[in-house]
Design a protein around this ligand. Sequence first.
Ligand SMILES: [Zn+2]
Ligand SMILES: [Zn+2]
Length: 352
Amino acid sequence: MSQPSTYRRSVITGPRQIEFEEVALPEPGPRQVLLKVAAAALCTWEQRVYSGIDHWSYPLLGGHEFSGDVVAIGAGVMQPLAPGDQVAVAGLRRCGECWACRRGYDNLCDNQHMPREPGRPSGPAGFGEYALVDGYQIYRYPKRVHPFEAALAEPLACVLHDVKRFMPRRGDTAVIVGAGIMGLLHLAALHNSGALVVVSEPDPTRRAKAHEMGAHAVIDPSTEDYVEAVRRLTEGRGASVQYIAIGLPAVIEHAIQAAAKRGSVSVYASVHPRGTSIQVDPNVFHHKEVVLSGSLAQDHEDFLDAVWSIAHQTIDLKPVLSGSFPLRQLERAFAAAARPDTYRVFLTPNGL
Ligand SMILES: [Zn+2]
Ligand SMILES: [Zn+2]
């Protein structure tokens, strides 16, 4: 398969500013792999950078949820790979040498961000025709899997990380707060957990989607008091596990009030602006042994589990696929991704 000498990639240079550039196709160095990108999803992070909420990441090579085909393999790559193999990419970098990595928390690696040179585009680079990645970042998947679903291995791995950390017991009530893509992936991951799964979401379209995907009950927090609704659904006991998939401080406060004895509240979504405080009655920790924690990204085992679940179709991702655009229409793709009735919008740099 002959490859061109240059390729096209996108750079987010400022709020609502995208530039396309033609750059030389790199040769993979030691332990690197060159991929031809098949599909890249637009995640909340790239949307925050594009809209200007995150203004410290410019110029960004966006695209951290992506799949592609192996083009060239550098020396010293350990896994058996051949050109044409289809792979999902775990964009997160893990050094393997820091304390967190050595403890087995490689999702919290000290060195997950590459040092940036001011003004020089950097980032995971899935929003381009090709991408250069490290061998440890890629996971092969069978050809029967659609590249869109493979690209979702990254967010699914993050969700599996959260669900594994805070796994409801059979008969528990688990509440997912927020029915955006991340809330819905939690719902899909909890499908056979044996827990009663409730979704709280103000948007009617998203609530309907949660119903369709198997939520046992839904709460509309815009018309009903969240804490009372959780109590009503649990005979007054409260929720054993609550996953907060929306970055609102008040929601975390309500979840702590709605927690059952020994209940857990997991702050899954980041809260912006950073530095926000919440108010909690500390006696809930003493009297009810409530646990307040969170989860970040995914470790390498979560990624393996996500790829396995997608390859064996034990988790159905089809309900969250919301169409695709060619690379040159990245702006239109961002507009589509910002609509409340879409979940994951994809870019297909080379057409699918
Ligand atoms: Zn993401
Ligand atoms: Zn590390």
